[in-house]
Design a protein around this ligand. Structure first.
Ligand SMILES: O=C(O)CCC(=O)C(=O)O
Length: 272
């Protein structure tokens, strides 16, 4: 079996796609063997971390979109090895054209059978990070076809940075959906996916996902990275203050975003 320290060769056109569109797909970033080995630990950690017990029909739109399970790397050594994979972090660094990346946090995003639409949103609305060099890796642990609710991205939307202060929900879906239509932004989903393929999207890229119309759980693991050297930004609304308190514990605005939960996961020429 390959090691997660083995890097992958990324064609230049994938980097160009990412820069231009704000998203890109990397096929086979994890092998089938790696997914078979690490999936049970990720699913087990997700079960441990699950706090949502209500049936789907009793939840709001955001709650119906997926089970969201945070920082699974802290629950299990195998999951830690997956989240700390130098191979994944190196792709994040190359796409953002930076020398090193830190972990913001991981999250399992499991869209249940019958799970709803993921509303249009921008991730960086939540993140008190003083940079636009932020990126999410979204990797299915099972094969995902278009009926299972793959992500879709509005190409080019990242260049505008903030398109409105909307937390994810019905209002963000309506407002951002209208922007996508009005501006005629091309929407792409990169589906179908084999387990181990991965998409990468920028923190300002508008994205959403269709409902899961199948009987199979859409198991996805995500890892969020930002450029090493980034400083903590303004805590200019409650969501950003909450994120600072949880993910950047102890870091104040203007200081390096480098708390105990934010290890360097890749450094060009280094060991990380
Ligand atoms: O998996 C989904 O449905 C949405 C994922 C997402 O919003 C993200 O990874 O930023």
């Amino acid at each position: 079996m390959q090691s997660f320290d083995d890097l992958t060769t990324l064609p230049d056109d994938v980097v160009r796609d990412y820069q231009e569109a704000g998203h890109a797909v990397v096929r086979g970033l994890a092998t089938r063997e790696e997914i078979a080995r690490y999936r049970p630990a990720i699913v087990g950690a997700a079960e441990k971390a699950r706090f949502e017990k209500r049936p789907l029909q009793e939840r709001d739109t955001y709650g119906k979109a997926f089970l969201q399970l945070f920082n699974l790397w802290r629950l299990d050594e195998e999951v830690r090895a997956f989240v700390f994979a130098r191979r994944f972090a190196a792709v994040a660094a190359r796409l953002m054209e930076v020398d090193g990346v830190r972990l913001y946090h991981d999250q399992g995003l499991f869209k249940e059978p019958g799970g709803g639409t993921t509303p249009w949103h921008q991730d960086q609305f939540y993140w008190p990070l003083d940079t636009d060099r932020t990126i999410t890796m979204w990797m299915p642990l099972v094969d995902v076809d278009p009926s299972m609710g793959p992500m879709r991205f509005a190409s080019g939307s990242h260049t505008a940075r903030s398109l409105g202060d909307f937390p994810i929900g019905d209002v963000s879906h309506e407002e951002f959906g209208a922007i996508v239509e009005r501006r005629g932004l091309p929407v792409r989903d990169h589906a179908p996916f084999a387990a181990g393929d991965a998409t990468f999207h920028s923190g300002w890229t508008l994205h959403s996902a269709a409902p899961n119309r199948t009987d199979t759980m859409r198991e996805v693991m995500t890892i969020i990275y930002y450029a090493d050297g980034t400083r903590v930004g303004e805590l200019d609304h409650p969501a950003r203050k909450f994120d600072r308190d949880v993910w950047l514990a102890g870091c104040e605005p203007g200081e390096l975003a480098a708390g105990p939960l934010n290890p360097v996961l890749y450094e060009r020429g280094g060991n990380a």
